[in-house]
Every structure is written in structure tokens, then in C-alpha cells.
Design a protein around this ligand. Sequence first.
Ligand code: NAD
Length: 498
Amino acid sequence: EVWRRYTAAGAPEVAAALASARGAQPAWAARPLRERVAILERFRRLLYEARQEMAGIVVRENGKATVEGLGEVMLVLDLCAFYGKAAPRELAPRTFRSASLAMFRKQITIAQEPVGVMGVIAPWNYPLMLAAGHVLPALVAGNAVLLKPSELTPTTAVRMVELLHAAGVPREVLHVLPGAGAAGAALVASGVDKVFFTGSEATGRLVSAECGRRMIPCVLELGGSDPAIVLEDAPLDVAADGIVFGRFYNAGQTCVAPKRVFVVDAVHDAFVREVSARVNALSVGAATSGAEVGPLIHPTQVAALAVQYDDALARGAQVAARSPVQKDEPGYFPPTVLTGVTEDMKVLREETFGPVLPIVRVRDADDAVRRANASTFGLSASIWTRDRRRGVAIAHRLQAGSVMLNDVLLAAGIAEVPHGGVKSSGMGRSHGVAGLLECVQSKAIITERFPGIRQLWWYRYTPDLARGFDAFLRLAHGRSPADRLAGLVGVRRLLRRK
Ligand code: NAD
């Protein structure tokens, strides 16, 4: 169904947007931070008023349920409130003296300066929050931004940018560039100063390679295959509710979803029964019909998931539950629970981006941790237990950017929490203070408190100087009081040196 038409940006459009952004960015950065914070606050008000419209656009483009569209709006409102408070604190220059005795004359100021023009490339699965998650901190820190939304969900980004312009962000400071992969590639190669990329591992590797060639930094928020570990003392009904919700939210198209569930032997069968009952009861259909699980974004996603599903069955997995699809349309994949899943199956080795929940029986917690860490991904994870201390101890052993106890998805949904992964899940962080600091580079300004005095260690090098310098090291770092005293005597000699 044709709803809107956009002209894809090519290299000339990207170059024009970059020139405009480059010209406008210094004046944007020069404005007092409180003005940019005020604009962020105005955007928060405008988005709040437009929340139903905005969620409606997300639902229309992406196919998710309305409550899930509103969930994206909520995080973006939270991010505005958080960055409005955090930016003045975190971006303020810090002035201090060094602890080094040799540097006692120096005053050091660390300023946080904007990077310049940022390129933001966003995916389609959370088209509002994943674009805003980088755009908002970049703007408040004084950067200009070129945003390339997914070709599957451009309208969300276009509307968000309209609201930001209405809030007071100059048009030249923030550009939206619709288009497919070619527009994204043109953006990375355009001469922007840093790239924030959210999307698949495969595209992330291309973006990273190009950034490496150009010697510009990039933040990569890539795929995940998050483990959920269900221990013997887990509240099983809560675990089943949470894991079904986390896996099937947004029709299973979530980076931080529980995609590999490791259940200890003692509760495995009971857990499978609980989960299966819930999955069989899920309603599947269009968001407009009030269904819980909508269609996948594109028929190619259904086909890719079917390959992984068929592979699992061919290698011996069993279907424990498969929710009926009411709509006989090509975009749907029935929510499915697989048991008897083993490590050789694609559903464990690859990221599954749709409503399939693979369950693996494990011996104990150690076995679960070992298997959880066997993935090439390391985005997020969840642990289900009543024992908080034990859960936290296990969390420290997991290779992941975040770990939740007895919950799902929230690692990417709390404004204060830095979101990002390890291993093939990417590098860098969004959200939280860490996400703001990705939008600045620190500049050190070192001043001299006694400008009329030269440094003792400048030329000429003489035997006296080397001896005096050694005495200085003894004074500063000597192991005993006697050592340091001897150092002091040597230093006095050095001070008398002409
Ligand atoms: P994708 O990699 O296909 O596309 C992402 C974006 O990159 C799109 O805007 C696309 O047009 C653009 N693009 C495509 N080719 C490009 C190129 N050569 N150079 C530059 N840009 C290019 O990913 P997708 O299918 O849109 O998103 C799903 C993937 O994103 C999943 O793997 C999911 O796990 C991941 N994801 C990760 C996070 C996270 O925060 N870690 C969040 C959401 C989604």
C-alpha cells in the first residue's frame, strides 16, 4: 500500500546537507547550553502533545501494537528529561590541579566540545527511539546531525525532525535524509565527523570498515542473541510471563530480546508448560485489530526466520507451541516455542529476528553461563531467580553490555542506563551519561600559574639536571621517608641550578 513517497537522498543531497550543517554548527555550539536544553524541553512538550499521532505513525509504518508505539514515545520523553538535567552537569568544564608534584604550577581545564557533524543511521524496528537516542544528546551537546532513517520507516523520523525544528533546532543544524543502504553509505563517506549506526551486524561491519578508512569514530549498536537464564528458584509464572513478553514484543523484532532461553533441568518441563500455555493464547494480527503480535516488517524477514526454523526442525528440535495466525497474509510468522534446541542449530548460532523462542535444557547455572557466553553476540541478558545476590554474581560472569534480573527489554528502555554491547553486538553506548559523552570530545587546556618561570627540565641537559631529576622522582615516589628526604636534598640542589 502506497502511503507516502520520498525521494531517496544520493551523494549530492548528502553533500549539500553536510555543507549546510557544517556552516551552521559553530553558531549552534556557541549558543549557551541552557538554550539548547530549553529547546529540548520544548521538543518534549511538543512530542507529549503529539504522542498519539507519533505512536500512530510508528504503528502504521512498523506494524507494532499501539501500546508499543507509545512505549517508544515514553522513552524519548524520558531521554529529553534526563539529558535536560544531565547535560549541564556532565558537559560543564572541570578545572583542577594535578596530583603530580612536578606539575604543581599547572591549572588544568577539561572542556567537553561537540564533535561537529554527526551521522545517525537508524533501523526500522524502533524507528522513533533509536533515532532519538542518538539525535537528542548529539544536538544538546552542540553538534549538527544528519539522520538517515530506515527506508522501511522514514515517516517517523521525518515527523520527529519536524517537531525538533518546531521546538527551535535550526533547519540547517538537523537534516533528515530518507533513502536505503546507498544513502547510508553516502552518509558514512560524506565527511561527517562521527557515525552512530544502529542495525545489523553485517551492515555494521561495512560501516565500521569505512569509518576506519576515514579515521572517524563510530558507535555501533548491532544485533544480539540475548540469553535468558532460568534458575531452579525462579518464580516460574513471572519468568514465563516476562520471557514470552520480551520475546514476542514488537513481533520478536527487538535487539535486546531473550532469544536463547537456558532453563535448568529441575524446572525445564514446568517452564515449557507455562510458556506454551501463554504462547498458545497470544493473539496475532494487525495492530489496528488490537492483536498482541503483529506482522513482521517485510516478507523477507519471514523467509529468513523460516530458514532458521526449518533448520532447527531438521536437526531435531520440537515445536512445543505455535500460536495460530488469524490472518492468512504473507507478513506473519506464528509465535513459536522450540524445545530440544542444540548448539548446532541456526536459532542459537545466529540472531533470530522474529517470534521464535528456543528453549535449551541445561544442567545448572554454570552450564547456563558457559552456553550463554558461547554466542558471538553480547548485547544484553536476563537471569530469573528469587536470589538477588546469586543473580548479581552470575550477571558479572555474563559477556553482555547489560544484565537484568527478573525482567526483559528494559536495558534499552531506561534513559539513565547506557545501552550497547560487547563482541559482535557492537561498540560504544547510547543513552545514559555514556551516550552523551559519545557526542563530545574532551579538550584539555593547561595553564601556567606563574607564567614568568621556566620549567626546570627544559634545555640545557647537564649531569646536574639528570641527578636532580632523579632526586625529584625519589622525593615524589620514594619508598621510605629516608628515600624521600634524600630526594628533597637533591631537589634543592636542582632548584639552585642556574
Ligand atoms: P540493517 O543493517 O539492514 O539497516 C540499518 C540501517 O542501515 C538502515 O537505515 C539501512 O538503510 C542502513 N544501511 C544499509 N546498508 C548500509 C550501508 N552499506 N551503509 C550504511 N548504511 C546502510 O538493519 P535493520 O534490518 O534495519 O535492523 C535490524 C537489526 O538491527 C537487527 O540485527 C537488530 O538486532 C539490530 N538492532 C540493534 C539495536 C541495538 O541497539 N543494538 C537496536 C535495534 C536493532
